[in-house]
Design a protein around this ligand. Structure first.
Ligand SMILES: NC(=O)c1ccc[n+]([C@@H]2O[C@H](COP(=O)([O-])OP(=O)(O)OC[C@H]3O[C@@H](n4cnc5c(N)ncnc54)[C@H](O)[C@@H]3O)[C@@H](O)[C@H]2O)c1
Length: 247
């Protein structure tokens, strides 16, 4: 996958899938702008790790769920890097619970962080992309958004919303040479899934034809493809990276 010199903005890169995407991009020679919520020191440490791979990298402490912060972020990235070729909307959270017990706050937090964040950053990013007449937007959804999951009505709704958003943006902006795709990971070993009950994990694992959980790098590889020009004729798609789970 050729991502050499592309300027790519990745949200939520401090750990898990976001970190693997940022590292994969940097290893492929892309210039990486990334966001994080943790301490400035941790952001600087990742910046140094990415730069050590021989490319330009810069971290921004920015809350993806905040509309105004997304606009500031894009302006800062443009000032620092000169352009923006691709955006990877990765930031996400879970606040699980059966619907009967799910609070309004659990619902709102997940929709705001997982779905509104994608609207925020995409809306800000398409301005420079329209001027450049090129761009790739990659949104991280989930197999849960495609098939639902008991105990995750809020998360499933947010991820299904991302699918509809991704396809709509592809239809609206295809004529401007801006592509919009989603990646739907299945069961990937990260802190997010580390918090799950062992029985739930076993049930999920039993449904995977490839008989293993995915790695963050498996998802990163799909994202790199959708960022690269090798996917130049692909838009409006949801690429499942799930070991065949949803087949
Ligand atoms: N792990 C899986 O099995 C799996 C499966 C399907 C989809 N996903 C999706 O992949 C993405 C990454 O998940 P992960 O497993 O790496 O989770 P993770 O919890 O390890 O990492 C999530 C990242 O998002 C960041 N984040 C959270 N809220 C944020 C906000 N408001 N602003 C900016 N950053 C924020 C966190 O700081 C963290 O860096 C998420 O969108 C998640 O829903 C994960």
């Amino acid at each position: 996958m050729n991502v050499q010199n592309k300027v790519v903005l990745v949200t939520g890169a401090s750990k898990g899938i976001g970190r693997a995407i940022a590292m994969g991009l940097a290893a492929g020679g892309a210039q990486v702008a990334f966001t994080y919520l943790s301490s400035v020191e941790k952001g600087q440490a990742l910046e140094a790790e990415l730069a050590a791979l021989g490319t330009k990298a810069k971290g921004y402490r920015s809350d993806a769920s905040d509309f105004a912060q997304a606009e500031d972020l894009v302006n800062q990235v443009l000032a620092d890097f000169g352009r923006l070729d691709a955006v990877v909307n990765n930031a996400g959270i879970t606040r699980d619970g059966l619907l009967m017990r799910m609070s309004e706050q659990q619902w709102d937090e997940v929709i705001q962080t997982n779905l509104k964040s994608v609207f925020n950053l995409t809306k800000a990013a398409i301005k420079p992309m329209m001027k450049a007449k090129a761009g790739s937007i990659v949104n991280i959804t989930s197999v849960v958004g495609l098939r639902g999951n008991a105990g995750q009505a809020n998360y499933a709704a947010s991820k299904a919303g991302i699918v509809g958003f991704t396809k709509s943006v592809a239809l609206e902006l295809g004529s401007r040479n801006i592509r919009s795709n989603a990646v739907a990971p299945g069961f990937i070993e990260t802190e997010m899934t580390g918090a799950l009950d062992a029985k739930v994990v076993e049930e999920w694992a039993n449904q995977i034809p490839l008989k293993r959980a995915g790695k963050a790098e498996d998802v990163a590889n799909a994202v790199l493809f959708l960022v690269s020009d090798q996917s130049a004729y692909i838009t409006g798609q949801v690429l499942q990276v799930d070991g065949g789970m949803l087949t």
